[in-house]
Design a protein around this ligand. Structure first.
Ligand SMILES: Nc1ncnc2c1ncn2[C@@H]1O[C@H](COP(=O)(O)OP(=O)(O)OP(=O)(O)O)[C@@H](O)[C@H]1O
Ligand SMILES: [Mg+2]
Length: 293
């Protein structure tokens, strides 16, 4: 049984082991992550009314197999756009995206996405939402139910299995969406501000859970956040995007020991957070002034 998300850390390793091994036994991705190559990608939105919007321009980025990369940048710089394109939810007109050498032409089970705005099925309960992807994978119903429960417990939603999204708080909806994506154990996890609606304590617990999941069952993760400290804590590399049209402005390698409980207080960690914060801040100022270069 996976543990319920609680403020006690004591029983985490065994519970996570259980959750992850359950997934592995079910025969999906077994710690194998996909390689993503983004080459000179641009995207223009053409709304039916109003002017076209160049959201991202000339973005090139390689994300290695099983790499955990965080994507930072000012609001409106195109982070979600980039994630939707990698997920195959938006067409690619200029430039290319390949996953394991194959051009992305649409969504696929190799890429799980946690949308910025949750995107739960409002007519389905928490359990049915989490089971949705498992059903599509063709798992036997009992296995779907067992695995859904593991991840509902993992994100602390036990007792709310039969609730509908409208009966949940924003943070609970977000945790439900996270459970739904983690349950299918995709090779690639695309997470768009997945912890944005959570209170500080739950957010910290979810960060720890995600890191543990990634360490036990490595997969490629692209994690969008506005929280520089979160990015530095979780990721192996951080890509900072410029103000719109978003480009990759800087890529920084991080080599911290994430198992160090005092990591966030160490000088190298704090210095790195400051350095990245400065990069993001200067772009945010440009975005506000509407003079992105
Ligand atoms: N469907 C759309 N039609 C027209 N323009 C759009 C559409 N979606 C996004 N945009 C524009 O594209 C730009 C990038 O949007 P995007 O949502 O990718 O930014 P973001 O970096 O994810 O921002 P945030 O941090 O606020 O989530 C913005 O200027 C936005 O107004
Ligand atoms: Mg966004």
């Amino acid at each position: 049984m996976a543990r319920r998300l609680s403020h006690r850390h004591m029983d985490k390793p065994m519970a996570l082991q259980s959750a992850i091994s359950t997934v592995s036994h079910a025969g999906t991705a077994k710690g194998k992550g996909g390689q993503i190559v983004i080459d000179r990608l641009s995207h223009v939105y053409r709304p039916p009314h109003g002017k076209p919007v160049l959201a991202i321009e000339d973005v090139s980025l390689d994300v290695g197999e099983r790499e955990f990369i965080a994507l930072l940048g000012p609001s409106g710089c195109g982070k979600s756009t980039l994630l939707y394109q990698i997920g195959g939810f938006l067409p690619t007109e200029t430039g290319t995206i390949t996953v394991d050498g194959k051009k992305v032409a649409g969504p696929g089970p190799d890429r799980g996405i946690v949308f910025q705005h949750f995107a739960l099925f409002p007519w389905k309960t928490v359990r049915a939402n989490v089971m949705y992807g498992l059903k599509r994978m063709g798992l036997p119903r009992e296995e779907q139910q067992r695995r859904a429960q593991e991840f509902i417990d993992l994100v602390g939603l036990s007792g709310f299995e039969d609730s509908y999204p409208s009966q949940l708080s924003g943070g609970m909806k977000q945790r439900c969406a996270i459970a739904r994506t983690l349950a299918i154990d995709p090779e690639i996890l695309l997470m768009d501000e997945p912890f944005g609606a959570l209170d500080a304590q739950t957010r910290h617990l979810m960060q720890t859970e995600l890191l543990a999941i990634w360490q036990r069952s490595p997969k490629t993760v692209i994690f969008v956040t506005h929280d520089v400290q979160e990015a530095v804590y979780l990721a192996q590399r951080v890509a900072v995007m410029s103000a719109r049209p978003g480009r990759v402005k800087a890529i920084l390698d991080l080599n911290f020991d994430r198992n160090d409980p005092h990591l966030a207080k160490t000088k190298p960690f704090v210095d790195k957070v400051d350095e990245i914060w400065e990069l993001v801040r200067s772009e945010a100022i440009k975005a506000q002034a509407g003079k992105a270069s």
